[in-house]
Design a protein around this ligand. Structure first.
Ligand code: 13P
Length: 231
């Protein structure tokens, strides 16, 4: 396997992609996952069920979508990259601090997104996305540049957003973080929908959300599993 084939990262992508489905935040061949590699990204192939996906099925591309090599020594992967490669590439290109991008169609987050509704500061855990409100990007056809640009705009300074009539996107400094955040966004969407059954819930104000975001940042809140000596 050539040195640039990223065997451990490929294995990790397969593992986390399968956990997207086993955790209940994704179903079928919906959703896609990517991680940064030098000069581009490694991304799940289009339309391949995750239980059938092997590390060599992942597709290495540059930020323009061009294939950049394959572990079996082929010039490029025999698979085509996810139809959402532009979404992943634009986010990774414009956000150098981000290493992993997860997109899924989790039920409750998508239900809110179908109404074009953001997740407001009804609960302090919204701050896990680094923001007081998890926004909803406007609708564009799947796989388009327009969708990727709208998502990048909605994600400015944030780690998650909803995509209208589509799903959600969660970012991380690694694949586990992106998965944890996507699960959190789905949980918050579920809670918010429940809370809405009694009417619009009261919101935490901007100052409180700023305090919570700062506190979470200083504690590396929710990242214990990423810290040395812990699992
Ligand atoms: P892919 O199978 O091409 O990744 O598409 C799934 C999807 O969710 C499109 O938004």
């Amino acid at each position: 396997m050539p040195a640039d084939a990223q065997p451990e990262l490929r294995q990790k992508l397969v593992e986390v992609a399968r956990r997207m489905n086993s955790s209940g935040i994704n179903q079928g061949t919906s959703g896609n996952l990517s991680a940064r590699i030098p000069g581009g990204l490694l991304i799940t192939p289009t339309s391949l069920p995750y239980e059938q996906m092997e590390p060599e099925d992942l597709v290495a591309i540059d930020f323009g979508g061009h294939p950049t090599g394959h572990p079996k020594g082929h010039h490029s992967s025999p698979r085509r990259p996810s139809s959402e490669w532009q979404l992943h590439a634009e986010i990774l290109r414009s956000r150098p601090e981000i290493e992993a991008v997860l997109h899924c169609h989790s039920i409750h987050a998508t239900a809110l997104a179908c109404h074009g509704r953001p997740i407001p500061s009804f609960h302090y855990m919204v701050a896990m996305a680094g923001t007081a409100t998890i926004p909803c990007a406007p609708y564009s056809t799947f796989g388009t540049k327009a969708l990727s640009l709208d998502a990048v705009r909605a994600l400015e300074g944030k780690l998650a957003c909803l995509l209208a009539q589509h799903g959600q996107v969660a970012l991380g400094r690694n694949l586990d973080q992106a998965l944890r955040l996507a699960i959190e966004v789905e949980t918050l969407a579920h809670m918010y929908l429940q809370a809405l059954s009694l009417g619009e819930p009261p919101l935490l104000d901007a100052a409180e959300m700023e305090r919570v975001i700062a506190l979470m940042g200083s504690m590396h809140y929710g990242q214990a599993a990423d810290r040395p000596g812990q699992s």
